[in-house]
Ligand binder design. Structure first.
Ligand code: ADP
Ligand code: MG
Length: 358
């Protein structure tokens, strides 16, 4: 049984408009789903039904085994307060309550308002210093972080986010996406509406709505991890060719195109970046040198051992470099007698197995 099960979910307004038209899909626990589609395609309607803010006209909806469409009004309130965390595009903070009070309000339905818990949640989103501020005194990005803290407070099973970065600039978008990524790593299930393909790409799976119909469930051809490594490789190689540690972002068009990944790299401390420049951090250097090492060793193996022609080396090495384990990499390096360069003459970063080799 899946965590979320939708079967022929339909929401009609009047006799002719179907905001959702027989939508069927499953979500596994811990998945991050992006719901995409043009304006008016039913995304918000779907999210509201998932969150118990609205009821379907027809069809089945089960979440964690619960038949959500058939809950009584009181059970629905409870479900919403205890099991779901909402993050909206409009922040919906109460202007005359402080930040910490706004978060505590979400606990109210949970019957125990615990200031310490609210404070902890705000610290998690980096707002520990802003507890007594009012929403009006915060930037948009900070207000959205309060909303994330508020969504987390009851340890919800399901996080529903409707265009959570729609009103934010790139820096704050990065922060919020970083927080969502962290929540997923902790095991939360996330369903996020976005019209931005770059933001949607961060999810495990993308669901597209079109006139209320589920049009397409596409898996991403390139896994985020792989893209991440490829971008790190690019940065490393540019750095090899340059005398500066700091690179100009405009030298890296692929990074700007993949700005969601750029955001995650920056959030995770692999790179430090402002609007125009980018530097690999120590942690980023370590990961980049490992992936470059795997890549160039793979090229050596394909070239020296399998006799693959030079023009095919790079593409073939790319196919396997992100999957080689540390053990296999050491074995390849040892097998090849710890080569110093790839077949194109670029240096291969040294590994642990090279320590005693002259
Ligand atoms: P999206 O979030 O993808 O932009 P919505 O889910 O908000 O789309 O809306 C889907 C369709 O349902 C739209 O045509 C919208 O006008 C209609 N709709 C949404 N809510 C209502 C409502 N309460 N009454 C009538 N029509 C509505
Ligand atoms: Mg909407």
């Amino acid at each position: 049984m899946s965590f979320v099960e939708l079967r022929n979910l339909t929401k009609s307004y009047g006799s002719s408009l179907r905001a959702l038209d027989r939508v069927t899909f499953d979500v596994e626990p811990g998945e991050w789903i992006a719901v995409m589609g043009p304006s008016g395609s039913g995304k918000t309607t779907l999210l509201n039904i998932l969150g118990g803010l609205d009821r379907p006209s027809e069809g089945e909806i089960r979440i964690g085994g619960r038949d959500v469409a058939r809950l009584s009004a009181q059970e629905m309130n409870r479900y919403r307060a205890e099991k779901v965390g909402f993050v909206f595009q409009q922040f919906h903070l109460i202007p005359y309550l402080t930040v910490v009070e706004n978060v505590m309000l979400a606990q109210y339905f949970h019957s125990c308002a615990d200031e310490q818990e609210a404070t902890d949640a705000l610290q998690q989103v980096g707002l520990g210093e802003r507890l007594e501020f009012y929403p009006g005194q915060l930037s948009g990005g900070e207000q959205q972080r309060v909303c994330v803290a508020r969504a987390l407070i009851n340890q919800p099973e399901l996080i529903l986010a409707d265009e959570p970065t729609g009103n934010l600039d790139e820096v704050n978008e990065a922060l919020i996406l970083g927080l969502l990524a962290e929540l997923q790593r902790k095991g939360n299930t996330i369903i996020m509406v976005t019209h931005d393909p770059e933001v949607g790409r961060l999810a495990d799976r993308r669901i597209e709505l079109h006139h209320g119909r589920l049009r397409e469930v596409s898996f991403f051809p390139l896994h985020e991890e792989e893209l991440f490594d490829n971008l790190l490789k690019r940065v490393w190689i540019l750095q090899e060719d340059s005398t500066e540690r700091e690179l100009e972002l405009r030298q890296l068009p692929e990074l700007r195109e993949n700005r969601a990944t750029l955001a995650l790299m920056s959030e995770g401390g692999w790179i430090s970046s402002d609007q125009t420049t980018l530097t690999l951090t120590e942690k980023g250097c370590r990961r980049a040198s490992e992936i470059i090492r795997r890549h160039r060793l793979a090229e050596r193996l394909f070239h020296d051992t399998f006799g693959l022609p030079e023009e095919l080396l790079d593409a073939n090495a790319c196919k396997i470099d992100h999957t080689l384990s540390a053990e296999v990499t050491e074995k390849i390096c040892t097998f090849l007698h710890h080569p110093l360069t790839c077949p194109h003459g670029a240096p291969i970063p040294r590994g642990a197995c090279c320590a005693n080799v002259q």
